[in-house]
Ligand binder design. Structure first.
Ligand code: GUN
Length: 287
């Protein structure tokens, strides 16, 4: 039997419709729209595409987007000053600084400068800390999208074995925290782990975020497992593929996210969700 597809495209459009409605109601209540500031430093072509998609998505749901393009030669002090201005701007509720930054800038210092209540990427150590102790906070978009997809597919997470492949600060670690809060038994495996295959084969839920195209084959998958594929790898033939060898596992897994159309569309949708949450919290605090 072939696995059920968990469509991030479908879930994204449902959530974006809800966000559009809520944003309009809140805009009427507070007399302003949610505002997202998007900063890009330099001209990395992939970043330009991401940044434009984020700005476009904002406008589609009735948010304001403020774009800031700094030259590659800008100093870290200039960037920090811009963030300081945006932290104080009452029309800006979310601040996103597209990564990677030029080599002469320290990413951590830049992330730390963003006011935690406007940190819609959920990268600030305050939000990371709140997430790890299970308190309300802005949660990084991709991990948040993974859990939303599992909920949408009605996957019961309580007591299930969840294996996360990859330990990045952006996906692996935060998704492991979120799955713990959903009462799963969580194991994180990474490049130094011994017996990765055997561990993955125990997983009821397998979340794959390593950035290696086709890494997970049927030898890693237990019959009936649910697979969330976070990978976005552009191949030589121009197609985008995931970290999972989809064709190889599709008859073993019970459900799987496709690439494209799975986790990808959820990332920007969760950014919109975070911006709406930040807007509501900030404006409520001002009232
Ligand atoms: N670069 C790649 N992914 C991301 C992301 O989620 N947020 C930011 N700010 N930069 C990124």
């Amino acid at each position: 039997m072939s696995a059920t597809l968990i469509s991030g495209k479908e879930l994204s459009s449902i959530i974006r419709e809800r966000i559009t409605k809520e944003a309009a109601e809140l805009a009427a209540k507070y007399g302003k729209q949610p505002g997202l500031a998007v900063i890009q430093v330099g001209e990395n072509p992939a970043s330009t595409i991401y940044v434009n998609n984020k700005k476009k998505a904002c406008e589609q749901v009735g948010f304001k987007s403020f774009g800031y393009a700094l030259p590659e030669s800008a100093s870290e002090a200039e960037l920090l000053e811009l963030i300081d201005t945006l932290n104080k701007d009452p029309n800006v509720h979310g601040i996103l600084c597209q990564l990677p930054l030029p080599k002469h800038m320290d990413e951590f210092s830049v992330i730390c400068k963003i006011a935690p209540e406007k940190d819609v990427d959920g990268f600030h150590p305050v939000n990371k800390g709140l997430l790890s102790i299970g308190k309300d906070c802005l949660v990084s978009c991709t991990p948040k999208g993974c859990v939303e997809l599992l909920k949408y597919a009605n996957v019961d997470m309580t007591g299930k074995n969840c294996v996360v492949i990859g330990r990045s600060n952006i996906v692996g670690k935060p998704v492991a925290s979120l799955m713990l809060h959903e009462n799963a038994t969580v194991t994180v495996v990474h490049s130094k782990t011994k017996n990765i295959k055997e561990i993955c084969k125990q997983a009821d839920i397998l979340i794959v975020a390593i950035g290696k195209q086709g890494f997970v084959t049927k030898d890693y998958v237990k019959e009936g497992a649910v697979i969330i594929d976070v990978g976005i790898n552009r191949c030589e033939d121009g197609k985008v593929r995931g970290d999972v060898d989809f064709d190889d596992v599709v008859d073993i897994a019970s459900a799987i996210t496709p690439v494209p159309g799975g986790v990808g569309p959820m990332t920007i949708t969760m950014l919109l969700q975070n911006t709406l949450e930040a807007f509501e919290r900030i404006e409520k605090g001002r009232a």
